[in-house]
Design a protein around this ligand. Structure first.
Ligand code: AMP
Ligand code: ZN
Ligand code: FE
Ligand code: FE
Length: 274
């Protein structure tokens, strides 16, 4: 049984349509797939249709952009009510923050002499719930400014680089509470990637568990063997569910292929238990 609980479609910053995502998962021999687009559930219906056609079990998920003490922390949510009004309002704040940031990112790039417009970005974000930095990166590739998303982030878009502009993220504790209140399961995504190790401590995880946090994503390509071993130890101490997943983004992110990390069936059972 092969289970991948963290994947993106072009409803956020992946490059596969939800249908292609599910078809590719089936072709890769996955039995269970969660679609977890950033801050949006708009891909669920199309993915459902494809999943019933190709015989993959589809889980409904999301990856919420949250922050704690100014540090970005991603939170996965599964099987919650997508119509929950409080959760939807918070997700909309994040999506609006991403869209509202775009003109400022573009004017920074224009100030560097790069001739890039909103229309250039919208060619890449047209299917997505909001226009994010990866779509700006795609436009920069098309304009011949960079060769891939990694170069775009490293030269222009990541914190400390000249076109980086901050945006709204949901307070982490609020996001856990909102997912739980909407009937969902909350899992901290790649807890120790890109500096989030500074805020995601064992103490914080214990506190979030008190708010209803179910698990942590341990097996993720952003974690080396030592990080995985340490996180597995924390999960064991706290009795948190351990997940593993690809964080697949189609061609948007290399070396994050579907099924490159997987979740054990007994962990999935604990995750989804009432
Ligand atoms: P945004 O939410 O619009 O600020 O964009 C952040 C998203 O960009 C993250 O969730 C990742 O999916 C993606 N991302 C961040 N850093 C990189 C990178 N170095 N290369 C490619 N994608 C990245
Ligand atoms: Zn992404
Ligand atoms: Fe993430
Ligand atoms: Fe992700």
């Amino acid at each position: 049984m092969r289970i991948d609980l963290h994947t993106h479609s072009n409803r956020s910053d992946g490059t596969d349509t939800p249908t292609e995502l599910v078809e590719n998962a089936a072709a890769r021999g996955l039995d269970v797939l969660a679609i977890t687009d950033h801050d949006s559930t708009v891909g669920w219906d199309e993915a459902d249709e494809a999943a019933s056609r190709v015989g993959v079990r589809l889980l409904h998920g999301i990856e919420i952009s949250t922050e704690l003490d100014g540090q970005s922390v991603h939170l996965l949510g599964y099987e919650f009510d997508p119509a929950d009004a409080d959760l939807l309002a918070e997700l909309q704040r994040v999506l609006d923050g991403r869209d509202n940031r775009l003109p400022r990112v573009l004017s920074r790039l224009q100030g560097l002499g790069i001739d890039i417009t909103e229309a250039d970005v919208e060619r890449w974000s047209g299917n997505a719930a909001a226009s994010g930095r990866p779509h700006v990166a795609d436009a920069l590739i098309e304009l011949g400014v960079v060769v891939d998303r990694t170069e775009a982030f490293d030269r222009y878009l990541k914190p400390g680089r000249p076109a980086y502009v901050d945006r709204y993220a949901a307070p982490l504790r609020d996001a856990v509470r909102l997912l739980v209140a909407a009937g969902g399961r909350a899992v901290v995504a790649h807890p120790w990637s890109r500096g989030s190790d500074r805020v995601v401590t064992a103490e914080l995880l214990a506190e979030l568990q008190g708010l209803g946090l179910r698990g942590i994503e341990v097996d993720h390509n952003d974690h080396d063997a030592a990080a995985r071993a340490a996180l597995r130890g924390i999960a064991a101490d706290l009795d948190l569910v351990v997940t593993g997943s690809s964080d697949y983004h189609g061609t948007g992110k290399t070396d994050f292929d579907l099924g490159c990390n997987t979740t054990a069936p007994e962990q999935l059972e604990r995750l989804l238990a009432p």
